[in-house]
Write a protein of this length. Structure first.
Length: 143
């Protein structure tokens, strides 16, 4: 179990490029990236495992902590939005929080990539999700 100020979490799954944690007392998971780059196959595995946990624990909020990442990968982001988020919406996962690294190029790449996905899929269900950015785990959980 790890603690961050008042946030208590339990490590549920340790994967090669990420840890998946359950926030105690809340229907919330945290995916913490543990490497600078997550290859597409590993990215899909992380979210497939997360999807199983979303269903098993009736998760309503997901925090994706990308602060250790250094490389942005558009195909992963597109799959994440157009397939995974749509599937998870049907399971009740409606709140998505993201914490980005303190890297302006990475943040710009995310903004451009997200804009591209939203313009390509303007009527997709993911466009109606509650998606917000935060700077810390505590802020992400409070939103």
């Amino acid at each position: 179990m790890t603690e961050s100020l008042e946030v208590k979490t339990t490590l549920v799954k340790e994967l090669k490029h990420a840890h998946i944690l359950k926030v105690e007392g809340q229907p919330t998971l945290i995916i913490e990236a543990t490497s600078g780059y997550i290859p597409f196959d590993a990215f899909q595995k992380i979210f497939d495992e997360t999807g199983k946990l979303v269903i098993a624990h009736k998760i309503e909020k997901l925090v994706f902590d990308k602060r250790k990442m250094t490389t942005f990968h558009q195909p992963s982001m597109e799959w994440y939005y157009t397939q995974w988020k749509e599937e998870m919406l049907a399971q009740g996962l409606k709140k998505h929080r993201k914490i980005l690294p303190d890297d302006q190029l990475f943040r710009h790449s995310v903004a451009v990539g997200r804009e591209k996905i939203f313009s390509q899929y303007p009527d997709a269900k993911f466009t109606r999700l509650d998606m917000q950015y935060a700077e810390t785990i505590e802020e992400a959980l409070a939103k």
